[in-house]
Design a binder for this molecule. Sequence first.
Ligand code: SAH
Length: 243
Amino acid sequence: MIFTILTLFPGIFESPLNESLIKKAREKGLLEFNIVNIRDFAADTHRTCDDAPFGGGAGMVMKVEPVRYAMTHVRNEIPEERFVLLTPDGKRFDQESAARFARFPHLALLCGRYEGVDERIRALVDEEVSIGDYILSGGETAALVVVDAVSRLVPGVLGNEASPVDESFAQGLLEYPQYTRPRAFMGMEAPEALLSGNHEEIRKWRRKESIKRTILRRPDLMERFQPTREDEIMMREAMEELE
Ligand code: SAH
């Protein structure tokens, strides 16, 4: 999968895209990154990419023309792109969006700066995405969040053992609690069921704990959860155990 990132601050991406999982995936040829400096597409000698807002007010607005030229360049170089603008008023990014993005061969992420982008930039992109209800100083950190969440869903990136299927949100539930050695720590024991070696018992324990945790921490997720018959029984048991 190819990620293109359009930014005024390409340096931000140097280290985050050269460590750990993403670094390994790049070495294996599973992920490719194309960092485009929007400033290279500014037309004037000062390479201006921002200007004062029409109507006055604080701050600067990111100009539309350099972005437009940068996008055209990206389109000509790498086809089949999907252009996404990072913006706090976009559609909320979640695990479902990550799974959807992972199916595009080429995802292009446009990072805003300053007080935001000229409104007409929105007409140039395929969609607008927010990573949460807070204001960042630029779209770069948001783009990194999207890259991280999407790339671990690209087949092969996580390797053979690890699988994203069990993780929180993947099935509409939070993940079950995890334990590793030692068995007892400061009087806190790892659950007996996990030490039983009985795969069916372990599976059931995990499923029920997933349900319990979701009921307690994210009741909003439970409203959309589609339980199997076994889940329904576990939900009743979980409710009783939580009382
Ligand atoms: N004045 C704007 C905020 C601009 S923040 C407003 O009130 O809506 C500057 C840039 O940071 C934005 O153009 C966007 O690219 C990025 N950004 C800030 N918060 C974000 C968020 N929650 N999700 C995604 N991008 C964000």
